[in-house]
Design a binder for this molecule. Structure first.
Ligand SMILES: [Fe+2]
Ligand SMILES: [Fe+2]
Length: 271
């Protein structure tokens, strides 16, 4: 199976780039499962329902969120009726929406997608490790589901690596989001799970994590309340990872970075 995951979509430039590129990217990579983190799609903060619909129409099978899940309030009723749109699994019980979903692929196979949030330098949520273990115990990779993809939305690389190793062998891909900067540590872990600490964002990299650099830098120079941060508007680099799995086990055979458009060095896997 071929899996494509794209990191946090930031603002209009990220949104437009993903919606424009995804149909061809999906076809060129012969992707069976496409998941996009879109927590910053709406002007850097949240996701509006019409934006989610555009991404589903462009080829996303599931969309994940993070700490910005509720910045656009209209998403709250929408997520309740849209199982393929996920918010972090370890939000308090009773929170609208779900943190996991089973997606049926074009060929009838099933894939489990999870969105979980870390706690180090983040909001104090339920334990991401224990909640993930409970969720994974309901499925079997290579049995009830052909693939398991986990978007671990977290700040600290240590927590991400600990999470990756904890579930090595139980997922096809564990990929970090939230820092908006792609890491170069993509690897297949010893147990067969593809891993990268952060996928990077789909946004303008002439910026401070996707936001206009002038306003963002001022916040560090002066301890004054500034203007609301605005997303940078230059050409976006689409960042993510590509994974090929072994159909017999659901485990990863390889993981490759994806970087297309904008300022970052370009790389696309050969399939
Ligand atoms: Fe983000
Ligand atoms: Fe985030």
């Amino acid at each position: 199976m071929h899996i494509l995951f794209l990191g946090d979509v930031v603002g209009r430039t990220g949104r437009d780039a993903v919606v424009a590129a995804l149909p061809k990217l999906r076809a060129d990579l012969r992707a069976d499962l496409v998941v996009v983190n879109a927590e910053n799609a709406s002007h850097g903060f949240g996701l509006a329902p019409e934006m989610a619909k555009d991404m589903f129409a462009a080829g996303a099978d599931a969309i994940t969120l993070g700490n910005h899940a509720w910045d656009r309030k209209e998403v709250i009723p929408y997520i309740a009726e849209t199982p393929r749109l996920l918010r972090p699994l370890n939000f308090p019980p009773g929170t609208p929406g779900a943190g996991s979903t089973v997606v049926e692929l074009h060929d009838g196979r099933k894939a489990l997608v999870l969105n979980v949030m870390g706690r180090l330098f983040m909001d104090p949520l339920d334990c991401p490790f224990r909640t993930t273990a409970v969720e994974l115990s309901k499925h079997r990779l290579g049995g009830t589901v052909a693939a398991v993809l986990i978007d671990f939305h977290a700040e600290a690389t240590s927590e991400k690596m600990a999470f990756g190793h904890s579930f090595d062998g139980q997922a096809s891909l564990i990929v970090g989001t939230h820092t908006h900067s792609p890491t170069g540590d993509h690897q297949v872990l010893p147990g067969g799970t593809a891993y990268q600490s952060d996928a990077g964002m789909c946004g303008d990299y002439d910026s401070v994590i996707g936001m206009a650099k002038e306003g963002a830098a001022t916040r560090f120079w002066k301890k004054l309340p500034g203007e609301r941060l605005q997303p940078a508007e230059g050409p976006a680099t689409i960042c993510g990872v590509f994974v090929e799995t072994d159909d017999a086990t659901g485990l990863a055979k390889r993981i490759e970075p994806v970087r297309q458009g904008g300022r970052l060095s370009q790389t696309l896997p050969v399939v």
